[in-house]
Ligand binder design. Structure first.
Ligand SMILES: [Zn+2]
Length: 248
């Protein structure tokens, strides 16, 4: 009888310890957690030769227009993560982006590097203000959001999801760091060498000083096109992945 009592005591103690251990384990909400839940994306799994080029921080009076000219020349579509206060300044460029079949997406109003833990109120306000000016300029609502600096936490993900936006980062092997001006050839080589189906490539269409991005795009577009890649918006890329699942 006593033995049984001890045994029960031992079992309950073990359960208690195990529970505590489970609770004490840090639960990391990282890329894999969010991708699995479909709340945020870095790149897309697809069997189609599609790549999404993305441009942050515009619109820029000169650079964005030059990029749009090049995209047009090579029949490529892209996604522009715009800054709200720059859309206020250049609504006609935001309009041109949409008119030419590209996607406009939200990159906050003031390019805020959100502190983490982030303030839900500030995140919502930055997204809302930007949505308003995007809609005024283009008549469209965006469905994607990229937090400045790629800084995110659970609040940023949940708030943007609630507002109907999916946070979009970029393929880790396709961060061109074009803003640091490593050389147009270097940017081009990196993107070409690393190209895979479903990539999301990170560029900037508003770089301080002399940009190398436009020259790099001029290298990348003809080369990857010759290799059979199509350049699509991020939303199209996401759809291509969904259609693959439906086919299964
Ligand atoms: Zn940015």
């Amino acid at each position: 009888m006593i033995n049984r009592k001890y045994l029960l005591c031992f079992i309950s103690l073990s359960v208690l310890l195990l529970n505590n251990k489970a609770e004490a384990l840090p639960f990391k909400k990282d890329r894999y957690y969010y991708e699995k839940k479909g709340e945020m994306i870095w790149e897309v799994q697809t069997d189609q030769k599609m790549i999404a080029l993305t441009f942050d921080d515009g619109p820029d009076k000169v650079q964005t227009n030059q990029i749009l000219d090049l995209l047009d020349k090579y029949e490529a579509k892209a996604t522009f993560f715009v800054i709200g206060n720059r859309v206020m300044k250049y609504p006609e460029i935001a309009k041109r982006i949409v008119q030419e079949g590209h996607e406009v997406a939200n990159h906050t109003y003031n390019h805020v590097y959100f502190k983490r833990p982030s303030s839900a109120g500030l995140v919502q306000q930055e997204i809302e203000r930007t949505e308003r000016v995007i809609f005024q300029a283009t008549g469209k609502k965006s469905s994607l959001f990229r937090p400045p600096g790629g800084l995110y936490d659970d609040t940023i993900v949940q708030v943007s999801n609630r507002m109907g936006l999916v946070p979009v980062m970029w393929s880790w092997h396709q961060d061109t760091r074009d803003w640091s001006k490593p050389g147009a050839r270097k940017i081009g080589d990196k993107v070409i060498r690393n190209a895979r189906n479903g990539d999301i490539v990170l560029f900037h269409d508003h770089v301080q000083g002399k940009t190398q991005t436009i020259e790099a795009i001029g290298i990348i577009l003809p080369e990857l096109r010759a290799r059979g890649y199509r350049f699509v918006t991020v939303s199209e890329l996401i759809k291509s992945s969904a259609s693959k699942e439906v086919r299964k």
